[in-house]
Write a protein that binds this ligand. Structure first.
Ligand SMILES: NC(=O)c1ccc[n+]([C@@H]2O[C@H](COP(=O)([O-])OP(=O)(O)OC[C@H]3O[C@@H](n4cnc5c(N)ncnc54)[C@H](OP(=O)(O)O)[C@@H]3O)[C@@H](O)[C@H]2O)c1
Length: 322
């Protein structure tokens, strides 16, 4: 039996883990703007009090800053009331011309070192879910899995997941080591996982942690032009996972977001709530939503109580086809 039942069944001291998770990327503050540590800590507190107990982060989010903030937040909490998901195996290298390149290293040696850094920054002695951030084209996947199993035996991690893997890559791993969770980008603008991939996860009872739920703010409907500051990655739109903000796409995406907004208004919710609720229609999905302040968390959490009608789902399919 896979670990996910225990993992998400949720036993964190009597508190149910809601299917919205706190996404810790933006609070890392690197390539993002409009964040402050005090607002981030308040956002984490608000999430906690609303019953949001799953927190996703990674060492690469703000060069360890996201994990450090979460560690500060954890200090005043019972550790077993919160479920921490972090990652390993990815870093950025910036060339002298300012170009960013993604470095992937999931070798056993690197992983055993990385886990110690995450544990230290998070101020904890175990990680609930440890995820391979991106597939590493060089390291044999068995080497990575062996090291993860070693960490499990030591009690440093409880569950194992992968992120940004193809279905073939997941099947290759699952031949020997069943995964507890899979993470990937899924939102109204990116529905590629629907079909074979989701069918497989359902059959295998593997949880899916969806990220980019709001298409990085775009689906909230608040952006009508490229009003991002020069340090904000969305201004240039260079991301390894999407081109929502690149010239030629951005304008069309705004039009779609505005149409989403009209439907949301008719049913008395916000665009962000509708976009989040749309991902939650799949019961095996835990949706990761980033937030920079308490107000965003409060607004987004309300999506948990939305039940979307078939009429609304049909309208969304028309605007955002598969
Ligand atoms: N595995 C991976 O490779 C990977 C990649 C990306 C993300 N992730 C994970 O997934 C999480 C979620 O993705 P994300 O944070 O990048 O993007 P997201 O959830 O799609 O969007 C979050 C952003 O939307 C804006 N926002 C949030 N709530 C809002 C509201 N109610 N109204 C208006 N704007 C709102 C905020 O930015 P502004 O206010 O500035 O617009 C916030 O930072 C991440 O935090 C991270 O944990 C994983």
């Amino acid at each position: 039996m896979k670990g996910h039942a225990e993992m998400f069944g949720i036993t964190v001291s009597g508190h149910n883990c809601k299917r919205i998770a706190f996404g810790g990327w933006a609070i890392g503050g690197q390539f993002t703007t409009g964040v402050s540590d005090s607002n981030s800590l308040e956002a984490l507190e608000t999430a906690y009090h609303l019953g949001i107990r799953l927190i996703d982060t990674a060492p690469v989010y703000g060069n360890g800053h996201s994990e450090k903030l979460i560690g500060r937040f954890l200090k005043s909490r019972d550790r077993d009331h919160v479920f921490i998901a972090t990652k390993f195996g990815m870093s950025w290298k910036t060339t002298s011309s300012g170009t960013r390149t993604m470095i992937r290293n999931t070798s056993g040696k690197a992983l055993l070192k990385e886990v110690e850094g995450s544990l230290r920054r998070l101020r904890t002695d175990y990680i609930d879910l440890y995820q391979v951030h991106w597939p590493d084209p060089v390291t044999p996947v068995q080497e990575t899995m062996d090291s993860l199993n070693h960490l499990k035996e030591q009690g440093k991690i409880r569950f194992v997941g992968v992120s940004n893997f193809s279905l073939a890559g997941i099947k290759e791993i699952e031949g020997d080591s069943p995964l507890d969770a899979v993470q990937g980008q899924y939102n109204l603008l990116s529905r590629e996982y629907e079909g074979e991939f989701f069918d497989y996860l359902k059959e295998e009872h593997t949880q899916f942690l969806s990220y980019g739920t709001l298409a990085y703010g775009l689906l909230s409907g608040k952006y009508q032009s490229k009003e991002f500051s020069s340090e904000d990655w969305r201004r240039r739109g260079n991301s390894p996972t999407n081109n929502y903000f690149s010239p030629g796409n951005f304008e069309g995406n705004i039009q779609k977001a505005n149409r989403l907004g009209s439907i949301a208004e008719k049913i008395g919710v916000t665009s962000a709530q509708l976009a989040i609720a749309w991902t939650l229609r799949h019961s095996f999905i835990y949706t990761l939503v980033g937030a920079k302040n308490s107000l965003q968390v409060q607004e987004n959490a309300k999506a948990l109580s939305l039940d979307l009608s078939t009429d609304v789902l049909r309208k969304l399919d028309n605007i955002f086809p598969k």
